[in-house]
Design a protein around this ligand. Structure first.
Ligand code: PMP
Length: 422
């Protein structure tokens, strides 16, 4: 982005004009946790309630028709952004719900309550699910629980000392593997996963591939068809959209065979007192009244990102990532978790400061108006693997400037003086 374009982007985010801690300009470096929202997203959601609010599908009145149209147009916009077909996008409340939906759909097949087509999802003892040591708990715990329900076994790909998925451990994927679930981009190290190698290994044994695209969709051009994954999840609130809306992508024929998770209204065809036939996807997975206003907000976010162009977003953030890593490298006693080569990662940078607890790091930065995340970032196994119980994490967004990062690095430079007295 040129300086003028970046200034225009910043002007789109009302929250960035506020101050914190006695008048300090807010430097928001916590986009990996949740992104700030451009005004068009806030307006779109408000406009829906002001002018078009109605329950979607099967309404006989004009408003219901308009609301349904808005709901389905949002699906189409999001599908286009991520390289999917419209009916391959299922609305969920967030990525976590998308993974749980899948994991429970597998359970339902295993309980023998699915259609015949659902056989391919049946799991039991002897079957294996493969994840990685780099996963957010959202892409780990649901699979642990699925194993507990079905008797399947959980295995995982390792992580190198540099925080990359260790391709030397790919032989964990075998003829017993039924599902391989892994993150596209780590929410701790920012490392971009070797998707093609992992997909090829899974394909060799006919295993289904589930991609956690939470940290890639907001920052990189993502083409789900091109990546060749079977399922993917992402969250609206991390990609400039509202909270309460996310998506599960599934290849059409796979969604058609997948048993439902939530059941009730809106997901059925014919219901008798004893039996029910289910609607086709994506409706089969959208039981009950849906988060329509949030889909409309997410539509505006997808349009906003598309208009900037995901290549331009990625290029801007790549510059920021390089600037951030080199700035941190100038500060004594700071250890970055994950690859130090900016080419291998996005602008999510977790780090530890020698002799200072991450909460103290976060507090000193906060005093300077800089918002970062501290803790284990819902990735305890990865922190354990990298030898850090917790860390602080700075993450950029499309509105971040190199000036923001310089303020952050200046404040980081004062941390050890303040707490260690050097
Ligand atoms: N996976 C990754 C990689 C994430 O960064 C996050 C959010 N921190 C999640 C999954 C879960 O997203 P949500 O809380 O929106 O469901």
């Amino acid at each position: 982005l040129t300086a003028t374009e970046l200034a225009a982007v910043r002007a789109d985010f009302p929250l960035l004009t506020r101050t914190v801690r006695d008048g300090k300009p807010l430097i928001y470096l916590d986009s990996a946790a949740t992104s700030q929202k451009p005004e068009c997203v806030i307006d779109a959601e408000q406009d829906f309630y002001l002018r078009r609010n109605a329950a979607v599908h099967r309404g006989a009145h004009a408003l219901a028709e308009e609301a349904t149209e808005a709901y389905e147009q949002a699906r189409a916009a999001v599908a286009t952004l991520v390289g999917a077909d419209t009916d391959e996008i299922v609305w969920t409340k967030n990525a976590t719900e998308g993974i749980n939906l899948l994991a429970y759909a597998f359970s339902n097949a295993s309980l023998g309550r699915g259609q015949a087509a659902a056989e391919r999802y049946r799991l039991g003892p002897g079957d294996e699910i493969v994840v990685t040591e780099a996963e957010h708990h959202a892409n780990l715990v649901p699979w642990q629980e699925l194993c507990a329900r079905t008797g399947a076994t959980l295995r995982w790909l390792g992580v190198t000392d540099e925080g990359r998925i260790d391709l030397d451990t790919l032989d964990v994927i075998t003829e017993r593997t039924r599902v391989v679930a892994f993150t596209h981009v780590s929410n701790v190290t920012g490392a971009i996963s070797p998707v093609r190698d992992i997909v090829a290994a899974a394909r060799a044994y006919g295993a289904l591939v589930v991609l956690d695209a939470c940290q890639s969709v907001p920052h990189l051009p993502v083409d789900l068809h091109g990546l060749g994954v079977d399922f993917a999840v992402f969250s609206g609130h991390k990609m400039l959209g509202p909270t309460g809306i996310g998506a599960l992508y599934g290849r059409r024929e796979l969604l058609e065979a997948l048993p439902p998770f939530g059941t009730g209204g809106s997901m059925v065809e014919v219901v008798t007192m004893t039996e029910t036939t289910f609607a086709a996807p994506p409706q089969r997975f959208e039981a009950g009244t849906q988060m329509v206003a949030q889909t409309v907000g997410l539509h505006a976010a997808a349009d906003y990102l598309s208009e900037l162009g995901m290549d331009a977003v990625a290029a801007h953030e790549a510059e920021l990532t390089a600037h951030l890593l080199s700035g941190i490298a100038q500060v004594d006693g700071v250890q970055v978790l994950g690859p130090t080569d900016p080419v291998e990662r996005v602008g999510v940078v977790a780090f530890t400061v020698e002799g200072v607890h991450p909460h103290d790091v976060g507090q000193l930065l906060d005093d300077a108006g800089v918002a970062v995340r501290v803790g284990h970032h819902c990735a305890q196994p990865l922190h354990r693997r990298l030898g850090a119980p917790s860390s602080a994490r700075a993450s950029v967004g499309v509105h971040t400037t190199t000036g923001d990062l310089d303020t952050f690095c200046d404040a980081l430079g004062r941390v050890r003086d303040f707490f260690v007295g050097r």
